[in-house]
Ligand binder design. Structure first.
Ligand code: NAD
Length: 247
C-alpha cells in the first residue's frame, strides 16, 4: 500500500479512512480545509508505529489553484503521485426547495461535485504522467444522490453527480489501470450528521434494517477494500453502505 491522500481527512469518514489505510501500511496525505483538524488526524496516525510518514495539507478542493498546488506539494513530499485517493470532503447546506437560495445551491455543488472533479482529474493526470499502471480513486457519494431526501436538493444533486462522474472516469481511465469507484453511505455517525436533531436520528435508526446508524469505520472498511488488490476487477461501481436503508 502506498500514498493515499484523503480529502476531508480531518473529520468523520475521511479520518476513519486515513486511520484504516495507515494501519495497512499506507503513507497518508491528510488533506482538509481545516488545518487543525488535518494536523489532529496526522497526530493520531503517527501513534500507529508503522514508521510511515503521514503529512497534513491544507487545501480547498473546490479551487483549481489550490488543487494544482496541493498535487505538486504531495508529489514533492512523497516523491511519487498518490496511487490511492479517497475524496471524502463534503458539505451540506440543507433547505427545502421552495426556500433554497441560489448561493446555497452553488456552494454545495462547488465543494461536493466540482471539488471531486478537480481532485479526480489531478490525481489521474499525475498517475498517467508517471506512467504507472495502477491506481484506485474512491469518491464519497451518498445514498441521497440515488433516492433524494427532504431538504437536500442541492446535496442530492451533487452526490448524483459524483456517482455519474466516477462511472465516467472509470471508463476513461481503465486503459491506464486506474480504477474509480464510489461509496454511497446512508446515515453515518459523524460531525456532519451530529447536526441533525436526535429525534430525527432515532427515527432514521428505527428505519434501518440493521438497526443502527453507521460508524465511520463501516465506510472505511469498504474504502480499504476498494483501495486493495482484492477489488482489482471492480471499477465504475457504487457500493451502498447503508445498513439496508432504502432497499
Ligand atoms: P464531516 O463533516 O465529518 O467531514 C468533512 C470534512 O471535509 C471536514 O473535515 C471538512 O473540513 C472537510 N471539507 C469541507 N469542505 C472542504 C473543502 N472545500 N476542501 C477540503 N476539505 C473540506 O463529514 P462526513 O460525515 O465525514 O462526510 C464525509 C463524506 O461522506 C462527505 O462527502 C459526505 O457528503 C459523505 N456522506 C456522509 C454521510 C454521513 O451520514 N455522515 C452520508 C452519506 C455521505
Amino acid at each position: 500500500m502506498h500514498r493515499a491522500p484523503q480529502s476531508g481527512g480531518g473529520s468523520g469518514i475521511g479520518q476513519a479512512v486515513a486511520q484504516r489505510l495507515a494501519k495497512e501500511g499506507a503513507a497518508i496525505a491528510v488533506v482538509d480545509l481545516n488545518e487543525s483538524a488535518a494536523n489532529e488526524t496526522v497526530q493520531m496516525l503517527s501513534c500507529d508505529q508503522s514508521g510511515q510518514k503521514h503529512m497534513a495539507f491544507v487545501a480547498d478542493i473546490s479551487s483549481s489553484e489550490n488543487v494544482e498546488k496541493l498535487m505538486s506539494q504531495i508529489q514533492s513530499c512523497f516523491s511519487r503521485p498518490p496511487c490511492i485517493s479517497v475524496n471524502s470532503a463534503g458539505i451540506t447546506r440543507d433547505e427545502f426547495l421552495l426556500r433554497l437560495t441560489e448561493e446555497a445551491f452553488d456552494t454545495v455543488l462547488k465543494v461536493n461535485l466540482k471539488g471531486t472533479f478537480l481532485i479526480t482529474q489531478a490525481v489521474a493526470r499525475a498517475l498517467v504522467a508517471s506512467g504507472t499502471s495502477q491506481g484506485s480513486i474512491i469518491n464519497l457519494g451518498s445514498i441521497v444522490g440515488k433516492v433524494g431526501n427532504l431538504g437536500q436538493i442541492n446535496y442530492a444533486a451533487s452526490k448524483a453527480g459524483v456517482e455519474a462522474l466516477t462511472k465516467t472516469a472509470a471508463k476513461e481511465l481503465a486503459r491506464y489501470g486506474i480504477r474509480c469507484n464510489s461509496v454511497l453511505p446512508g446515515f453515518i455517525n459523524t460531525p456532519m450528521t451530529q447536526k441533525v436533531p436526535q429525534k430525527v436520528l432515532d427515527k432514521v435508526a428505527g428505519m434501518i434494517p440493521l438497526g443502527r446508524l453507521g460508524d465511520p469505520s463501516d465506510v472505511a472498511d469498504v474504502c480499504a477494500f476498494l483501495a486493495s488488490d482484492d477489488s482489482s476487477y471492480i471499477t465504475g461501481a457504487s457500493i451502498e453502505v447503508t445498513g439496508g436503508l432504502y432497499l
